[in-house]
Design a protein around this ligand. Structure first.
Ligand code: AMP
Length: 280
């Protein structure tokens, strides 16, 4: 496995044989089985697999966890090596954003809802860095987790809008045995918060069941999720949502493809999770 922070070396590897297919898995490191599921899928679908590890400062707001975000680089590299990754890009912020940098990549409307309402500059940072990574690697396919549902919707839009020549592959959310979505941020949780956090998946599953049984009132679904989570004293809701999966707008009446999603604080730690429901 080649590990480099050098963009020219990435390009040289990528284009050594232009007929070879490449899958790219962008990450911020602190890897877990969710990331490895993306690598595994990329491994199955491409002749070569690349990953990036970069805690991207432009997607963090002041006061968020940029400085404390876990960075266990040696462990991450060992995991990627064992998973069969060929090439890992580990740039510094200076390499990605050298002096004089001033460009933007934004998907304007979709970035305002849900996560974007709570984290206004977040997706501009995500689309900027992902666009740069796509330009650096020019992968055949790029792999993202459904865990970050809005991110997948926004990146799909970006790929279409900017005519980017690659396929996005969205992989299912990997969960702990008690249903909590795996996240690098779970390690911030105290044991009591970790136990309480199972309420997130429970709330989503309860809402999904109600919808399958015929409930179509958006307010009822949002209220049900809100009440279940509020019953957990360690949880503090940021938002609960039942939105159109394509426009991300809240729905009065659920129909078509629906994204049930939520963001909830446990202490200082903000967790997100979601369920997608199709053809309601
Ligand atoms: P991150 O390192 O948190 O930026 O995540 C890198 C990629 O892994 C993103 O595409 C995430 O959506 C994906 N990912 C994170 N957690 C999970 C999970 N539990 N299951 C599947 N994919 C995930």
């Amino acid at each position: 496995m080649v590990v480099t922070d050098n963009i020219d070396q990435i390009r040289q590897k990528r284009w050594q044989d232009p007929t070879v297919s490449w899958g790219l898995v962008p990450t911020m490191g602190a890897l877990h089985d969710g990331h490895l599921a993306l690598v595994k899928k990329a491994r199955m679908e491409n002749e070569r697999v690349a990953a990036s590890i970069f805690v991207n400062p432009t997607q963090f707001a002041a006061g968020e966890d940029l400085s404390t975000y876990p960075r266990p680089l040696e462990r991450d590299l060992a995991m990627l090596d064992a998973a069969g990754v060929d090439l890992v890009f580990t740039p510094t912020a200076d390499i990605m954003y050298p002096a004089g940098f001033q460009s933007k990549v934004e998907v304007t409307r979709l970035s305002r809802f849900l996560e974007g309402a709570s984290r206004p500059a977040h997706f501009a940072g995500v689309t900027l860095i992902v666009c740069k990574l796509f330009n650096i690697f020019q992968p055949t396919r790029a792999y993202f987790g459904q865990k970050d549902a809005q991110q997948t919707v926004i990146l799909n839009r970006m790929v279409q809008d900017l005519n980017l020549n690659l396929e996005l592959v969205i992989c299912p959310t990997q969960r702990a045995s008690d249903g909590l979505a795996l996240s690098s941020r779970n390690q911030y949780l105290s044991p009591a918060e970790r136990a309480a956090a199972t309420v997130l998946n429970q709330a989503l599953q309860t809402a999904a069941k109600l919808i399958k049984e015929g409930e179509t009132r958006g307010d009822t679904i949002r209220r049900t999720m809100g009440e279940l989570i509020s019953g957990e004293p360690l949880a503090r809701i940021d938002y609960v949502s039942a939105a159109d999966l394509n426009t991300l707008e809240e729905l009065d009446t659920l129909k078509g493809d629906v994204l049930l999603s939520l963001a909830v604080f446990f202490g200082q730690t903000r967790l997100i999770d979601n369920v997608m429901m199709y053809d309601i």
